[in-house]
Design a protein around this ligand. Structure first.
Ligand code: AMP
Ligand code: MG
Length: 404
């Protein structure tokens, strides 16, 4: 009797996978900012200083008191210079102004900056040709970030802008989740290395490059293991070996119910199966378990199954292991043509998304059927997600899409 979950709904399987990932959250490390890009933050960040840290000029020009600008062509006396990079502690008295550059601290008493191009200098006199509005061209201390304010949260992904925000606050190290180490296996007696001659009945291994590319695009540095034949002993030895050394094992092929599909049995015997088979199309025989220290995601071998299961379950697992709390953006598009489906499973259909004249996204489903048809993937830039059960979508109806 097999005591693991077999044939779950898509949502049940995803919830189970997220739960397992949360229980095997990776440890954290403190990294220099330059190495934090794309990582998941593992601490909350409260601003140690305000941003901007001091009132400063937004333009090159003259710092002045707005009350002095009675009318156009007011003449002010130029009493000093304040450039970015230091503070001369200057002050501006009534009738005076100070030459100032962008980013330089505002002299005391000044509340407004007249921009250089709208002023004329004659000796020590500055004539403001176009009077600015009160407070114009001044950036106030703390207007972007108040000191002590929470600016970044644990579980957020460190985009370039977030890393840059940390830098602007003077932070040099961030605590982030370790990136999962990933071993990639392709399996199948029929598979041949591209570049080698093809004998009768053989095909080239295309999944390895698909998976390596998907993982690298998600910021990981996967390790490709030698391709595995359909041999239970070799599958066992390789998986157990990788299970001691990697956080995540991703395999392609050999997870269905065929005579040569050995992965479910090896995982059940030497590890733990969390679920096997998900009501999705393609990708139904998806296998998820644990082996030694690794989580194991066994993707079905058809290339489109690899893509659909990686984008849904593979990514969720990688995100969960790193404690990513921020949901990935959800995308929707209008169908170009009607779409019908009668089966019970959630379906992923290849398609091309484009921006229509009204600014909305449109998606054109690829007519290719069959999860072996990689060319149709190469011609696509998204998967259309069609919900469970019989569905009829008219042209123009909105569907969820997963961008490729
Ligand atoms: P499997 O999941 O092992 O039953 O494989 C399903 C289909 O995907 C079969 O037609 C395999 O030949 C094909 N396939 C499996 N692995 C790969 C691979 N690495 N590259 C290309 N096709 C594959
Ligand atoms: Mg196979």
């Amino acid at each position: 009797m097999i005591d693991f979950h077999i044939s779950l709904s898509f949502d049940e399987a995803l919830a189970l996978l997220r739960d397992v990932a949360a229980r095997h959250r990776l440890d954290t490390e403190s990294l220099a900012l330059s190495r934090c890009h794309g990582r998941v933050l593992a601490e909350d960040i409260d601003a140690p200083i305000a941003l901007p840290p001091f009132d400063n000029s937004a333009m090159d020009g003259f710092a002045l008191r707005h009350a002095d600008l009675q009318d156009a062509n007011t003449i002010l006396q130029l009493t000093g210079e304040q450039f970015a990079g230091n503070s001369h502690e200057l002050s501006v008295q009534p009738g005076e102004c100070v030459r100032i550059t962008t980013g330089a601290p505002m002299p005391t008493g000044a509340d407004t900056v007249a921009i250089k191009e709208n002023s004329r200098v004659e000796g020590a006199a500055v004539i403001v040709l176009t009077p600015p509005t009160p407070g114009a061209n001044v950036r106030r201390a703390g207007e972007d970030v108040r000191e002590g304010e929470r600016v970044l949260r644990s579980g957020e992904v460190l985009t370039p802008a977030r890393v840059s925000l940390a830098a602007s606050l003077g932070i040099s190290l961030l605590r982030v989740a370790r990136k999962p180490t990933v071993a990639v296996f392709t399996t199948g007696d029929e598979l041949v290395e591209p570049g080698m001659p093809l004998a009768a009945g053989q095909i080239y291994d295309s999944n390895r490059d698909l998976l390596m590319g998907l993982l690298r695009a998600d910021g990981l540095e996967p390790t490709a293991w030698p391709r595995l034949p359909d041999d239970p002993k070799q599958v066992e030895i390789a998986l157990r070996d990788a299970g001691c050394a990697f956080d995540l094992i991703i395999t392609a092929g050999g997870v269905s119910a065929g005579e040569k599909d050995y992965l479910p049995g090896v995982l059940a015997q030497f590890g733990e199966t969390h679920f096997w088979k998900v009501k999705m199309k393609p990708g139904m025989p998806l296998l998820f378990g644990s082996l030694d220290q690794a989580r194991v995601l066994g993707l079905p071998g058809n290339p489109v199954s690899v893509l659909a299961t990686y984008l849904t379950f593979g990514r969720a697992l990688i995100d969960g292991l790193q404690g990513r709390m921020e949901a990935r953006p959800a995308w929707q598009a209008q169908l170009v043509a009607p779409l019908d489906k009668s089966h019970a499973r959630r379906e992923f259909i290849r398609g091309r998304v484009f921006s229509g004249p009204n600014g909305a996204l449109h998606v054109d489903a690829n007519p290719a059927t069959g999860s072996h048809r990689l060319r149709a993937v190469a011609d696509s830039n998204a998967l259309i997600v069609v919900p469970e059960g019989p569905q009829h979508f008219a042209a123009g109806e909105v569907v969820e899409i997963l961008p490729l």
